[in-house]
Write a protein that binds this ligand. Sequence first.
Ligand code: Y43
Ligand code: MG
Length: 198
Amino acid sequence: MSRKFTAGPLVIASHNAGKVREIGELLGRFDAQVVSAGTLGLDEPEETGATFAANAELKALAAAKAANLPALADDSGLAVNALGGDPGIYSARWAGPTKDFAAAMKLVHDKMGDTPDHGARFVCALALAWPDGHVETFEGVVEGDIVWPPRGANGFGYDPFFLPTGGSLTFGEMEAAAKHAISHRADAFAKLVAACFQ
Ligand SMILES: O=c1nc[nH]c2c1ncn2[C@H]1C[C@H](O)[C@@H](COP(=O)(O)OP(=O)(O)OP(=O)(O)O)O1
Ligand SMILES: [Mg+2]
């Protein structure tokens, strides 16, 4: 049995404004008073884990303990087939300290060279932690292809150069609701809801 989140304050343990917005939208219909880690002045833990799940768990536990409240963290990234799954858990780090995702997309594109395999996936691990150290973790994925040049200004991060399988719009061209219908984050969130919110 998974532990349930009942109601009340919930810390969103992320310093990425794009993620905080998306998680807030996904949580919209639930009885949670969302407060971000940035608003609480919590620091950003070093992501020393070797997997998305491990990093999500360490971020959620750090925030839950620091705030003495339940906390939800997201660790996510883009895994490119032709690059053996890179940038993967290093997706934020490939954008450098200035978080230059135009440069990160160019870097991925350049490393892919002229490979015919444009396949990629976004992966998201969501971890819900409590101050006593209990944590529940779920993973979601969406498959697609890298497109070049990037298209669209919606979303965040690598969205403009990810075309979900079967679609004609990149995540950067989609409205938020269309992204939430298929995204890695929404997939993980559906599993979290099924286990912990009802
Ligand atoms: O839906 C997405 N659309 C586009 N790009 C995305 C998405 N989801 C993850 N990504 C990329 C960009 C992000 O920067 C990195 C996650 O890195 P990750 O360490 O999990 O997040 P982060 O450092 O940006 O914020 P924080 O750790 O405070 O939650 O992967
Ligand atoms: Mg991070």
